[in-house]
Ligand binder design. Structure first.
Ligand code: HH2
Length: 284
């Protein structure tokens, strides 16, 4: 059974693992740009991910890959119009990956229940008020600067502490704007203004984010750091590294995983959970 929104928002307490499948309705995303730009293939991909066990389909109409240019709200809505209402008819939660309130408002009205804002409310001042008035769940992600420039020279003194403090501040800002803390999810933003060592430290230190008391999401899927470790240049061939990163985060308390390859992660999590249960029974 796919998760209901309350299952997602309580996953940090229950330990339920939640799989968010990526659907990029874009011509230029870093790993699958153009593959699902055509509405029929986008809807078919959503159907496939639901059949594979996705709890959430995260639909985006603007690439945020390093160096990318902005896409207007009007263009994002035009890309979403033939796709999102169809996906919302399926037995799955729908999340909208946008920083623009206009786009989020369109998506919520068409059936989405989660706003995934990679700017954590810093791009559009109307986004928090929209989340507050609609009751949508809200993902707050850390990004250093903007996609155009974020990978130029990212620096941190203490990457885990700085991002933990940033997410705590954004949670407080969302709450001040009327978004209840128990509707929020946080994400340290793997690959968004981070070098290899930053991404690895964020994965190793995932418990710190879990202590913020809200569900934690990680999106390592197919990202460049996996290629830097393994030499694999083709993003679609980075499944093994993606699974290793998700399982490492899962062991540390992370419950929501944003991935392109749903079936493989569902299987990996099922095995990890079965092993956990065996650990528990061994202690009796
Ligand atoms: N990563 C991407 C996009 N949105 N949202 C959250 N919360 N966390 C992430 O790690 C995250 C995200 C980038 O991946 P993708 O959508 O495949 O690529 P692109 O931005 O090029 O469309």
């Amino acid at each position: 059974m796919p998760a209901a929104i309350e299952d997602v928002l309580s996953s940090h307490r229950t330990g339920r693992a939640v799989v968010m499948g990526v659907l990029n309705v874009t011509p230029d995303s870093f790993s699958d740009g153009g593959k699902f730009y055509d509405p029929a293939s986008a809807v078919a991909q959503a159907l496939r991910m639901v059949a594979e066990g996705a709890d959430i389909i995260d639909i985006g109409a603007e690439s945020t890959r390093p160096g990318s240019d902005r896409v207007s709200a009007r263009e994002q809505i035009a890309r979403l119009e033939p796709v999102l209402p169809e996906v919302a008819k399926l037995d799955v939660l729908v999340s909208i990956d946008t920083t623009r309130s206009e786009v989020a408002a369109f998506a919520l009205q068409a059936g989405a229940s989660i706003i995934n804002d990679v700017s954590a409310g810093r791009d559009d001042p109307e986004l928090f008020p929209l989340a507050a008035s609609s009751g949508a769940a809200l993902v707050l992600m850390h990004m250093l600067g903007q996609p155009k420039s974020m990978q130029l020279n990212p620096r941190y003194d203490d990457v885990v502490r700085e991002i933990r403090d940033f997410l705590a501040e954004r949670l407080a800002a969302a709450e001040a704007a009327g978004v209840p803390r128990d509707r929020c999810i946080v994400d340290p933003g793997i690959g968004f203004g981070k070098r290899l060592e930053h991404n690895l430290t964020l994965l190793a230190g995932a418990e710190v984010f879990c202590r913020l008391g809200v569900p934690v999401l990680y999106g390592p899927s197919r990202k460049r750091f996996i290629g830097e470790i393994t030499g694999e240049q083709v993003p679609a061939n980075r499944l093994g590294g993606t699974l290793a990163a998700c399982l490492a985060a899962y062991r540390r308390g992370v419950t929501i995983f944003r991935v392109h390859d749903v079936a493989a992660l569902v299987q990996a999590l099922a095995v990890a959970r079965a092993i956990e249960r065996a650990e528990g029974s061994g202690q009796d």
